[in-house]
Design a protein around this ligand. Structure first.
Ligand SMILES: [Zn+2]
Length: 310
């Protein structure tokens, strides 16, 4: 009898704890729609179990070229928070935001987060932009999430957005963000140690997506296979890149995301002996790169492997 009542009490306690743990997100979770998988992951780290997160970009897509689905409009209609890359990278978000007409998450709404606010922007064009400039972005190079330290600014912007939407959860979000920063900073030391011996080494990329990354890790971009962002390679452009790689004293590594055409990269590698490696440029870009920190583990390890065996 005594044992039974003890069990009953245990059961009631478990039930009460269970309902606390599960009722909260089910009833009150903030629906976050991010334009990319990188922003979605950081939003998940900061929002914890008080958010549900969705990324409009799928795994391994060219982020300039996303074609949203009608169901994405519905998601934004119901969203409490929208997070975008900004700097004209995800211009396709504007059509979605217009179609959804959810004032809370539209530009200026409390649930609107442009993750680029406060980023030290690279490659801001000085000259007049014309059609000949290619897909160049007037606000500078928008691939800023590829400097892991910019994760601090991105997470700060997301934190502010979440606090505006749900002030009662402010200290919970702040704790989560601090835990994210601690993990990011300790990973940063690991990445810097690994890449340290390769200071000054040069890489070639199909698309000009890596200036933030190379600046952080003291590497250099020798050149891009695209003539200009969004303008595919020409024979003469590839030929001049081959000459420049041949003129280098140290071997060059060609590093690209899997979704870019690899024909020119393979030609260049064959003519110069440059090593060609596929590296992810967003969360989900390769197996195991399933969050913002493991993304850089994959990038760094792939580059170290290429530099050290070459
Ligand atoms: Zn780009």
């Amino acid at each position: 009898m005594k044992t039974l009542s003890f069990r009953v009490i245990l059961g009631l306690v478990a039930l009460a704890m269970g309902s606390c743990a599960f009722a909260r997100p089910a009833l009150a979770a903030i629906s976050v729609v991010a334009s990319t998988t990188d922003l979605a992951d950081i939003a998940k780290q900061v929002g914890g179990d008080r958010v549900t997160v969705y990324s409009i970009a799928r795994l391994n897509q060219d982020l300039h070229m996303i074609e949203p689905r009608p169901s994405d409009v519905l998601r934004i209609k119901r969203a409490g928070l929208v997070v975008r890359v900004g700097m004209d990278l995800d211009l396709w978000m504007d059509a979605l935001l217009n179609a959804a007409s959810n004032a809370n998450v539209n530009r200026g709404g409390r649930g609107y987060v442009d993750a680029s606010v406060g980023i030290r922007k690279l490659e801001v064009p000085q000259e007049q932009i014309t059609g000949a400039s290619g897909d160049i972005h007037v606000y500078g190079n928008p691939h800023y999430w590829l400097d892991p330290l910019n994760g601090e600014i991105i997470s700060a912007n997301i934190l502010e957005g979440l606090k505006r939407v749900s002030p009662a959860d402010a200290s919970y979000f702040e704790r989560n963000r601090n835990a994210f920063l601690t993990a990011l900073r300790s990973a940063m030391r690991r990445w810097q140690e690994k890449l340290g011996p390769y200071r000054g080494r040069k890489i070639v990329n199909y698309h000009d997506a890596w200036p933030y990354f190379v600046r952080r890790f003291n590497l250099k971009v020798l050149g891009c296979i695209e003539v200009k962002p969004g303008i595919p390679p020409t024979t003469s452009h590839v030929a001049s890149l081959i000459e420049r790689i041949k003129a280098e004293k140290q071997p060059v590594v060609i590093a690209d995301a899997a979704y870019y055409p690899d024909k020119a990269a393979k030609t260049i590698a064959a003519r110069t002996g440059a090593k060609f490696v596929i590296i992810p440029s967003s969360v989900g870009g390769t197996k195991g790169a399933d969050n913002y920190i493991s993304l850089f583990d994959h990038i760094v390890d792939s580059l170290v492997k290429a530099f050290s065996t070459h």
